[in-house]
Structures are given as C-alpha cells and as structure tokens.
Design a binder for this molecule. Sequence first.
Ligand code: MN
Length: 750
Amino acid sequence: MAEIVDILEEKQLSQEEQDRQAITRNYRRLLESIKANMDEEDKRNIRLAFELAVDAHKEQRRKSGEPYVLHPIEVARICAEEIGLGPTAVICALLHDVVEDTPVTLEDISKRFGERGAHIAKIVDGLTKLDHAYSATSKQAENFRKVLTTLVEDVRVVLIKMADRLHNMRTLGAMPRHKQLKIAAETSYIYAPLAHRLGLYSFKTEFEDLCMKITEPELYKDIARKLNETKRARVDYISRFLEPIQKALDEELFSYRITGRPKSIYSISNKIKKKDTPFEEIYDLFAIRIIVDVPPKKEKSVCWQVYSEVTDIYRPIPERLKDWVTTPKSNGYESLHTTVIGPDGRFVEVQIRSERMNEIAERGFAAHWKYKGVSSQPDVYDIWLNSVRDMLENPGEDAVEFLSDFKTNLFKDEVYVFTPKGDMRTLPKGATALDFAFSIHTDVGYRCTAIKVNNHIVPMGHELENGDRIEIITSAKQKPSEGWLKMVNTGRARSKIRSSMKEERRKQGELAREAFMRKCKNLKIEVEESTELLVKHFGYKSHVDLFFDIAMDKLTIPQIFKQFQEENGKLVPIVIEEKPKPEEVEVEVPKARRKHAGEGKLLINDEPGNLYDYSFASCCNPVPGDTIFGYLTTSAGLKIHRTTCPNATNLMANYGYRIMRTEWGGASESEFVANLIIKGIDDGPGVIQRLTNKISNQLKLNIRSLAIAGNQGYYEAKVSLLVPNTDQLYLAVEALKNLDHVSSVTREDS
Ligand code: MN
C-alpha cells in the first residue's frame, strides 16, 4: 500500500520538480565521474558553468522531451569518464551549446570565469564553429579550416565535440528518419575517421555501430541477434582456449588480466560482405586481449614473452603477426597482434599489450599527455599535429578541396619512411615516391628527377612501404609535367603540381596575351571584357588556357578576328546568316614553297607534299615512319604533327575541318629531329662520352644537342638526334638501352 502511495505522489510531482530532480541527479553523476584533481577554483567554475547552462537552456527541450540541459551535462560526463578529460573540458562541455542556442555571449563567458575565462571562451568558440563545419559545401568547409586552427591550438575542442556527437548518436532514436540518416552520414564521413585518427578506438567502434544501426537496421539486428544466440558457446570456447595460457602466465612474475570480447557488429558485417561468407562461417568473431601490468621499461620484453608463451601453446599464422609495439601506428596505437590456431582448428586473434598501451589504445590522444615522455617512441600526435599545421599553412585552391585533402591525407593509415639521414616521415598509405619528394619541400618535388628507394632507382610513382629509405635526386632544370599527376596520391603534391603547371601555361601564354592586347589597343577595344567574352565563347576554363592555346597556335588572333569585330569599343561576334557545315569551309591553302629543316617526301590529301607550305611541328617532331596528320594553321601554314602528339586530340576534336590527311611518301635523304630522354646511373666521369660515343661512332647518328643533368649518382639526359626514319630511331633506342647503367630511354612526348 505504501508503495502505491509513493508512486502516486511521484506522479503528482510537477513537471518542473521532476526536471529539477533529473538535472540534479545527472549533475551529481557528472561530479563523481571526474577523476582529475581539482582545486577550489575548478570546483567553483564547474558549478558556475552548470548554473549558467541550466539557466541559459531553461526554455529548451530535446526531441525526446527531456530538459535540454541534460545533454550538455551528459556530454561533460562522457568527457570526464569516457575520455578522461579534466575540469576545463568539463566546463567547456557544459557550455558547448549556450552561445549557439541562447543569448549568452562569448564575452559573458570570458568575464564570468576570471583568469581562465578567456581560454574557456576560446574553446567554446571553437565548439560553436565546429557545429557548422562538417559538410562539403564550401562555406562549411571553410569553417572546417577554422576549426582545425583551433584544433592545433587546443585538441580538447575536437575531443569535446566527439563526446557531443557520441551523445547525439546514442539518443538519435527521437529524431525523424531523414535526420537520422543525415546525422549518420556525417558521422561516418568525418567523426568516425577522426576518432580513429585521434586513437579513440572505443568511440570509433561505437560510431560505426550506431551508424550501421541506422543505415542497415536489418543486418545490424540480425548480427546482434546471432551474436547473442552464440554467446554461451563462445564463452565456453574462450575459457577452453585460455586455460593453458593462464596456466603458463601464472608462473611468470608479472600481473596480467585477460579480456575476450566479440568484435563490433560493424566489423563483423564488413567481414561478411568482404569475404562473402555467412555469419556462421566467420570464426574470429572475438579477440582475446592479454594486458600486462609492468613498468614502462619492461613492457616491450614482457609483451614478447607473453607472445612466446601463447605461440608455444598454439601455432601462430606468421603473416598475421602485427608488431605495433616496435613501431606504433601513426595514431599512437601500440599492441602486439597475432592470430593462432586454437582448439577445433579455429583462428583466434590475440592482442598483447601493457596497461599503458591499453589506455592509449582506448583513449588515444586524450591519454597521450599522461604518458608524454614515458615511451621512447616518437610522439605520433606531435607529428600528426605538425602535418595538420602544414596543411593549414599550405591550403589548396579552395576549401572544399582542402576538406577532401584533409580527409584523404590525415585520416588514412600511414606509412613510415625514412630520409637518408634516418629521420622518420609519415605519409598517408598509398603515397608514392614522388609524394615523398613533395612532402620534404615543394622545390624538392618540382626538381625531382629520380628517386632511390632502399638504394634502387624506382619509378616516381612507386608506392612506398613501411621502413623504406628514400633518397631524392634533383636537378635545377627539372619541371613538373601533366604526367606527374598520375604519379602522386597526396593532395599536397597534386595541388603543387597543378599550380606549377598553371604557372607554366601562364608564362607560355604571356606573349600571346601581349599580342592580343596590342591588337585590342589598335582597334580600341576594351581588353578585360573582351578576354572574358572569348574565354566563354571558346569554352575555356580561364584566360590562362585561352592565351596558352593562342601561344600554341591552336587558336590564332586572326582567327579570332574573323569571328569577332569591334563595335563601340567592344568585341562582338560577327553574325553569319547561314553557318556553313565544317566540311564546306573553304580554307585558304598556302601553296608557296618554303625551305625547312626535316624536309621529307609527303603525300598530303594524296597530292605531293611540296605543293604545300608545310613544316614539322616542334611539339612532337615527327620522323618518317610515325603516323602523322597535317593541321592547317591560319598564319603558319600546314603543320605536321604525330597522331600521338599531346595536342592531337584537341586539334582533331575541335578543328576537324582543318585536318589534312598526310602520309610519308617514300624514302628521303633528309634527317629529322627526334628527342630522347635517357635516364641512368652516373657512376663517375665519362657518362657523356659513353653516350656520344655510342650515338656518333657506333650508330653513326648526328647529335644536334645534348643536355645532361643530375646529381648524387643519377642523371637524366635529353639528346636531340637527327635520324632518317623511325627504324633508325628505334635501333638507336634499343642500343642505348643496352648500355650499362642506362635505366630507361624514351622518346619525348610519346
Ligand atoms: Mn551539443
């Protein structure tokens, strides 16, 4: 009877009173969860923050109906209990939504908390901005950059944000479905990888599971149910597996504990999908973790000792050994993993680590200060923060690109490589030798001519592996080219190459631009506007591309002024009543004959070539035997290109009516220019002599010019040869390839 009365009384409590009780209860839980030592000021400030939050959010409720302030209180508790953060973070977590949602300003906060006010306000500011940062639209991406600036100043901003997101994900049930999907997408796009990168493994795992619960509810429920059903059998198996191990370890002189837990639902679902195996056939559903409690000095040797005990009992699978004790992962993770064959032939993963390593594995970045200086390992977070700083200082073209670069470069797993001096560098997994060059310095990248990995010359696009020792060979004459874009995988290198090429195109177009300006001046036409008009009209991306094409003769100034005329100081298109079909365009064919180098017998449209005023394009230098075509320029007559010329596609696609069928017409006595790029190892003086000897004396070919560059044992030579035809040319290429120390011979631009 008394019980019933109690319940009735409770029901009669006003909503207000119930809210008040819930808030007090949760606040107490928060205070209990703070493990850090606090002084009087900390305690006072936490109370102050709590009161400020309660007051500021007093009118707000969450979607679930509960008072809004329970959310910041819970976020603060996650910070303290699940991440292990101290009082400042707790205060900031309590205040993380007030500036955004209530009239309280940063200034108010700054004033209220005395000496520490400015710092607290700054973190809260970072948290406020972070709310709008994660999305790939440019303005939000721009915010993301600001957030990272805060991150490098105070990592707590991001850690608190993680706690905020985790609580929102845990309570997502109250949200409408479309919002759930959006939040889940955001979480898996940015929060889960960021948690991984910050070493917050338990957060990462929970994020992934919570996302999957929303995006694939059926599969999630199915796996969860099956895990539950097989629990009994699993527990039995684990204890059978562990028995002999425990026996062996009990004889050692250190304390240890063992945990065995199922893998996350998300990772199990990945296995099902990747290996296309049903749940019933996945054996490594759980991992055994042996955690030893030993002083830092002994932890490495003890881990290996445990490894040896385990593998004395069960046969290990050698390729599944992962030693992150000697070289931790770039996010700080340290552990020794092995997979052994347990009873009934089942594979069991065993993770061996110390208590310290375990704490770092669970709390990552947040635990890292506690152990700063304890481990002899390089400080992986400092390295990571440096690369974040580096990206902030060298932003790409725009914010969206920056965000995607950030994602590809700083979330990925990394490879550790070494400079010749033995300094370690980390690069995202998949990075190439050329990426490494750009990571050292932009100029090293630009000037890179060859790369040695572990003393062997490799292609610049060679993918790096852990432990590689890399040496970059540079030459002042080297310049990036289009092809380099295919040899890099980091955003940094890619954007540097692009901007260098843009600059190069701009330089090349400079003369064309000046010529165009002169023409405009003569006709009294406004330049800027006209340029814009032409860029649009011809479908270029920028004026750099327009002037580059003019410089390359793909579009000529007379051609432009055949289509445009001046009207009131402006350029306007000439309207042609009936546009003739391209085939019918009468192109004036200059038939005057002119002397030119590399004179050959050509057939142009089945007519003898000497009827035409032709010359060989210097962009690709055709040699008899190459497949070729003629392109009729308006000012420089007929130009003969190779069909493999880098300009060919563009010419044929855009100016089909100017293309003339061209063939080689029988033997000729002339010689033709062919440029070869020869790369090889410079083993002392005499390289040039050996090359020239081969070419001049043995192959009996004339050298028109030779440029050689290189250092540190490697060279690259550009040789301009005169050859009668491609047969001779390829013989020369083969002969040169067979020379000792020559690693490659290629024809330029082919
Ligand atoms: Mn929040």
